[in-house]
Design a protein around this ligand. Structure first.
Ligand SMILES: *Cc1c(COP(=O)(O)O)cnc(C)c1O
Length: 452
């Protein structure tokens, strides 16, 4: 009864896998919001280093991981793959359930897998400071850790409501030497404008992104970094799925079903793209790849596949993706990291093409699943991750019905050690499930800018 399937450090992947190489036709390019023409690298060079811009658009199947980055990965990679024997037994399922545990990283989630290479390429390009935003604080703490490794400064604009409610993520950023500022702030024009109108605003991710981009554009040797959505972020996360494929091969297995939770789509991309590649190239045509999102922010299941802005203020290019509309405001919920109106353009394309599919669940049912997981496997997962747990449990229960012994793999993207108030709300029965009325979704979709 092997429980942990472990690789050694030499087996940390040497290359990232780029699924763009195996798409039957190229992705639709990002557009400049003013001209509606495809953007050129120069449009992005004020805020991103050239190597990341190159990785955003390359169709090379593999991209080398710098040795210096692999050296940092040794601190937590390869991450363990677990066989969930206890969960299987509890569910009385003939299915085999495996989970990849990304919560062992310094910041406690998959996000450092991209924070480290992003900081590295910026350092190589002579950048001395990163400005970025954070909602609940998972990305802010990851990029704080990564910039510290390369002696860079780091300024994080943290959504004010989280800044006040989630003090420990902010403390982590300070320990790693980053400056964390509640957003909106008086540091930027965008922040001052919002504060003048509403001094008591709780802030939003859209405003925080605008502040960080403005900071990066206006300061020499300062760049911006994004922890989700973009193609290069998906690329960096593929170490997850590449390791899983090796680990499953060690026990002579291969997944029938691959599952991840979806915020901007990158931890799901990370675990699934290598397998999606196997599906696209006909090696494993029948694999079922499922993204799980919150019913209160149902981008893939109820959104539109079209060009839309990636932020509220309109600083970013137009991306072809599933979107609920850039000014769509999802209700506040505990899985803050899944509260985004859009999704990764590559994940969107693969869902649109039927290579992957998506399901949506309510808060209370995902916390039920998370509690079951904590009481069987022991790990208390992040509220975001609990969506993937719920997806895996549902697939395993289907197997109990049909008697099939499928191999189910899911990404356990992070721990919930700073999210215990959400578990308290679940125990107290005060979690609210919210179903969007069709009319409200339609109104937000109608406000998406029309492309000629
Ligand atoms: C940020 C986060 C997510 C959602 O982001 P993706 O880009 O969709 O992966 C999921 N799980 C955890 C633990 C996170 O921190």
């Amino acid at each position: 009864m092997q429980t942990k399937i472990l690789l050694d450090e030499e087996q940390i992947p040497k290359q990232w896998y780029n699924v763009q190489a195996d798409l039957p036709s190229p992705l639709d390019p990002p557009l400049n919001p003013r001209t509606q023409k495809p953007i050129v690298p120069e449009d992005l060079s004020a805020i991103f280093p050239m190597e990341l811009i190159r990785q955003e658009v390359t169709t090379d199947r593999y991209v080398d991981i710098p040795e210096e980055v692999r050296d940092v990965f040794r601190l937590w990679r390869p991450t363990p793959l677990y066989r969930a024997h206890r969960l299987e037994k509890f569910l009385k399922t003939p299915a085999k359930i495996y989970y990849k545990w990304e919560g062992v990283s310094p910041a406690g989630s998959h996000k450092v897998n991209t924070a480290v290479p992003q900081a590295y390429y910026n350092m190589k390009a002579g950048v001395e400071r990163i400005a970025s935003e954070t909602g609940a604080g998972q990305w802010g703490s990851s990029i704080a850790f990564a910039t510290m490794l390369y002696d860079m400064d780091c300024t994080i604009y943290m959504v004010r409501s989280s800044y006040e409610q989630k003090p420990y993520r902010k403390s982590m950023m300070r320990v790693w030497g980053a400056e964390c500022i509640p957003s909106p702030s008086t540091r930027t024009e965008s922040g001052r404008t919002v504060l003048k109108k509403d001094p008591d605003t709780p802030g939003s991710l859209g405003i925080a992104i605008s502040e960080a981009v403005e900071d990066a554009v206006n300061h020499e040797k300062t760049n911006y970094a994004l922890g989700s959505v973009l193609n290069h972020v998906c690329l960096h996360q593929t170490v997850i799925g590449l390791e899983c494929r090796e680990q499953l091969a060690m026990v002579d297995d291969y997944p029938d079903v691959v599952i991840g939770c979806v915020g901007g789509g990158t931890n799901f991309a990370g675990i699934s793209f290598p397998f999606a590649g196997d599906k696209l190239t006909g090696k494993h045509p029948d694999i079922d790849i499922i993204g799980v999102e919150p019913a209160s922010c149902p981008t893939l299941t109820r959104g539109l596949y079209t060009y839309d802005l990636a932020d509220e203020a309109g600083y970013t290019p137009l991306l072809k993706m599933f979107t609920l509309g850039h000014d769509f405001v999802p209700p506040s919920m505990h899985a803050g990291g899944l509260r985004y109106h859009g999704d990764s353009p590559i994940v969107s394309r693969l869902v649109h093409d039927g290579v992957m599919r998506a399901v949506a669940y309510h808060q209370s049912e995902v916390f039920d699943a998370a509690q079951t997981f904590a009481r069987t496997e022991g790990i208390i997962v992040a509220p975001e991750t609990s969506h993937a747990v719920k997806g895996a449990i549902d697939e395993a229960l289907k197997c109990r019905q049909t008697g099939e012994s499928k191999t189910i793999l899911f990404n356990c993207s992070g721990h919930g050690n700073f999210d215990m108030s959400a578990y308290d709300a679940y125990s107290a029965g005060t979690l609210v499930d919210y179903e969007y009325p069709d009319a409200l979704i339609k109104e937000a979709l109608d406000r998406i800018p029309k492309i000629a």
